[in-house]
Write a protein that binds this ligand. Structure first.
Ligand code: R5P
Length: 292
């Protein structure tokens, strides 16, 4: 049983929703920032099993205060500390792509796995990793799918709707979402040339013309991938294009670029706070925490 949910002020909304879904008290972590930028969190007293909610968008700013708060909670008497990180950063660097680079996934995994007894996350970027538990120093990692909350926010899908994934890596969860919406599915093949430049080619001769499309991706950051997909789908004659993303890691201009490229509705889960959040994760996360 989760005794309480602790969170920092910048994620109070989503963390309070989780506490309500668990019927557990919510405690705000107070943070003092020293003039040189160092942070000093202060946590409420705790005991038993406690969850700390910290989604890891903007990871470099968020990680150090999280580690300090974890230490403070242990000193306060918490026995079992569970990290609820709906978005887990650094998983895209799941191999050394170029000589001289780090294996960021493993650095993050060790850092968190040695301090938390379990981690609950949503739609982690697991392209070459089937199980994160060994990466997280043996701490169990529960990876949840965002398809059910996104499907609930999208439903009902219009008749003839087509679910489209922008790359082969999105295929499995585009298929899962399509199943929940009783829609057909197809995926592009993506070649990335840089942070903001991608090419998409068609792998599937799906009939797009005149059909309503739901374009889905796990992460949207610069929007480069989804803008390329929007452009291709418009040129193929899609009637309307709605977007559903698990993690809205949007740059300041991403939403405007997606709208300019023809996106009608843009929906995201509340894993990263953004005005497009329309699919709350609290019920899903609470269920996973109860089953731990
Ligand atoms: C890549 O493998 C991911 O699934 C996303 O397609 C990617 O992270 C999106 O990034 P951006 O919005 O910058 O194209």
């Amino acid at each position: 049983m989760i005794e309480a949910v602790h969170a920092f002020g910048d994620e109070e909304g989503a963390a309070r929703r989780l506490a309500e879904a668990l019927n557990a008290p919510f405690h705000l972590i107070q943070t003092h920032v020293f003039p040189d930028g160092e942070s000093l969190p202060t946590v409420a007293a705790g005991a038993g099993t406690v969850a700390i909610y910290r989604s890891l968008d903007r990871p470099d700013a968020k990680l150090m205060p999280l580690l300090l708060a974890a230490d403070a909670l242990r000193r306060r008497g918490v026995g079992r500390l569970i990290l609820v990180a709906p978005y887990l950063a650094y998983l895209r660097q799941d191999m050394v792509f170029e000589p001289g680079q780090p294996l960021s996934r493993d650095v993050l995994g060790r850092l968190l796995g040695e301090r938390f007894d379990a981690v609950v996350t949503v739609e982690p970027h697991l392209h070459r990793t089937s199980d994160l538990t060994p990466v997280f120093a043996g701490a169990p990692v529960v990876a949840l799918s965002a398809t059910a909350p996104l499907a609930a926010a999208l439903a009902p899908a219009p008749p003839g709707a087509l679910v489209v994934g922008p790359d082969g890596e999105s295929q499995a969860w585009a298929q899962a979402l399509a199943k929940l919406l009783s829609a057909e599915v197809f995926t592009f093949t993506k070649t990335r040339h840089g942070d903001r430049l991608v090419d998409l080619t068609l792998t599937d001769a799906a009939q797009v013309e005149g059909r309503p499309v739901v374009l889905v991706d796990d992460i949207c950051s610069t929007g480069g991938t989804l803008v390329a997909a929007l452009n291709a789908l418009r040129s193929m004659g899609a009637r309307s294009i709605d977007l559903a993303v698990a993690h809205a890691l949007f740059d300041t201009d991403t939403e405007a670029r997606l709208r300019a490229a023809g996106a009608r509705r843009i929906l995201s889960t509340d894993s990263c706070p953004h005005p497009t959040n329309a699919a709350p994760l609290a019920t899903l996360l609470a269920q996973a925490l109860r089953n731990l």
